[in-house]
Unconditional design. Structure first.
Length: 446
């Protein structure tokens, strides 16, 4: 099992003053009756208080990692919410739930122990693990005017009690913190994949109280969290294009042409925000390192294009660029009612492990503000990053993912889902995206 343990929980909200199982849940649920002054061991459903039909061989693992050599016959008592074992005389004893216990193995099953909230059976483990916690909930009482009293499990009471069994699901993160199953917790635990998860929840709605739904969602999140094969996703070849910016310099050493979109500066035609067009007085090029459009002045020096606020698009000899106020310059590589654009830009490497291995400790230790300054007194590392976007007819920019497609073409969601199910699409692969947007534009014009 990995160090991090995760789980998902969904708590069913009740009105505990209700007197009808149908009224409480909106559906018929089996209620288990415990009569007044009766002990749970005397009921017809006494065998249901345990998680497993029989006690099974298992052991205890402590916070230090020490595993008890002694094998015990163990079972989890759902009603009393405690772990029990069979003594030498066959009597049932409970394990004291102290802070030192981390895990308990029962047969092939593994339980995580939280000192405050009890035991959770782990269903799957990864960077975030999934677990469940079964419980007996008190649904209603009779013989005390229907009021739910303060209840002590195992103590006799002068009223009939009715219980129902409920299973809740949880995530446990790398810090072994528990999170109830919800859309918010899933998005929090997988922050790099929020857009994909939101799209998944639209495509396949999840009931966080259903085991099948929760497992299906968790497996999908695990899939997103795993490294992708070479040539797809984050393993694109451009991620390996890394340059070093030396201390005291604003631009990397070497041939400056390697940081430009075109080997030579191009004639430029600009569409302005008032929809008028004109040829620009100087040739232009896009700089991958600065993320800016630059021009050649009359002295053949490179200068930044200052009128970008008034420009809607810049056409460099047939290659069209659009500048978004937030995302910067992007090249439109497929035109249509729904356009596809790509942004190539060098970005600072912020992975501390990579920087430490490269000996770039000053960059690793510097703040975001310090690293954002053009010239600093320490070396820095950058990587070329490729990002794809969708543009609508109003030049509104959307990150390339399923959720964006659902927003852009809400009436065609089912058709898009069918296409994605029948075609292997990476939202970070140019050819896949061009085929996808071609399909979407066919839907757009119908």
């Amino acid at each position: 099992m990995k160090k991090s343990i995760s789980l998902i929980l969904r708590v069913l909200t009740l009105s505990l003053l209700s007197t009808s199982a149908h009224d409480v849940f909106g559906q018929d649920i089996e209620l288990l009756q415990l009569r007044r002054f009766e002990n749970v061991s005397q009921t017809s459903w006494r065998d249901q208080i345990y998680h497993f039909p029989q006690f099974q061989e298992g052991t205890i693992i402590y916070q230090t990692g020490f595993k008890l050599n002694e094998k015990l016959k163990l079972n989890y008592n759902i009603y009393h919410e405690r772990m029990e074992f069979l003594g030498e005389e066959g009597d049932t004893l409970s394990i004291e739930a102290n802070k030192e216990i981390k895990l308990i193995e029962i047969g092939s099953h593994l339980f995580y122990h939280d000192h405050k909230s009890g035991y959770y059976e782990i269903l799957s483990t990864s960077s975030v693990s999934l677990a469940m916690q079964p419980k007996f909930r008190l649904g209603k009482t009779e013989g005390n005017d229907g009021l739910l009293p303060f209840e002590t499990r195992g103590a006799a009471m002068a009223c009939d009690r009715y219980y129902y069994k409920q299973v809740s699901y949880f995530f446990i993160d790398v810090k072994e913190q528990l999170f109830k199953a919800s859309k918010a917790s899933v998005l929090k635990l997988f922050p790099e994949n929020k857009s994909d998860i939101r799209a998944y929840l639209i495509e396949k709605p999840v009931d966080f109280a259903r085991k099948e739904d929760v497992i299906r969602l968790t497996n999908y999140c695990y899939q997103l969290d795993e490294p992708l094969p070479a040539g797809k996703g984050t393993e694109r070849s451009d991620v390996n294009i890394v340059v070093k910016l030396e201390a005291g310099k604003a631009f990397p050493s070497g041939n400056p042409k390697q940081f430009y979109r075109f080997p030579e500066f191009q004639e430029a035609k600009i569409m302005w925000t008032d929809n008028s067009t004109s040829n620009y007085s100087a040739k232009m090029n896009y700089n991958f390192f600065t993320g800016k459009m630059v021009a050649l002045n009359h002295n053949a020096d490179t200068v930044e294009f200052k009128q970008w606020r008034e420009a809607k698009t810049i056409n460099l000899d047939g290659d069209v660029f659009y500048r978004d106020f937030k995302e910067g310059y992007m090249e439109i590589i497929l035109h249509g009612p729904l356009a596809l654009a790509v942004r190539n830009r060098f970005t600072l490497i912020d992975d501390r492990e990579i920087l430490d291995e490269a000996g770039m400790t000053d960059q690793a230790n510097a703040s975001l503000v310090s690293n954002g300054i053009a010239v600093v007194n320490y070396d820095r590392m950058y990587k070329l990053q490729t990002t794809y976007f969708f543009l609508n007819t109003k030049y509104q920019v959307f990150e390339a993912n399923k959720l964006s497609l659902f927003k852009l073409l809400p009436m065609d969601k089912e058709a898009i889902i069918d296409y994605l199910n029948n075609n292997s699409v990476s939202f970070e692969d140019k050819d896949d995206l061009m085929n996808l947007i071609t399909f979407c534009n066919q839907l757009y014009v119908k």
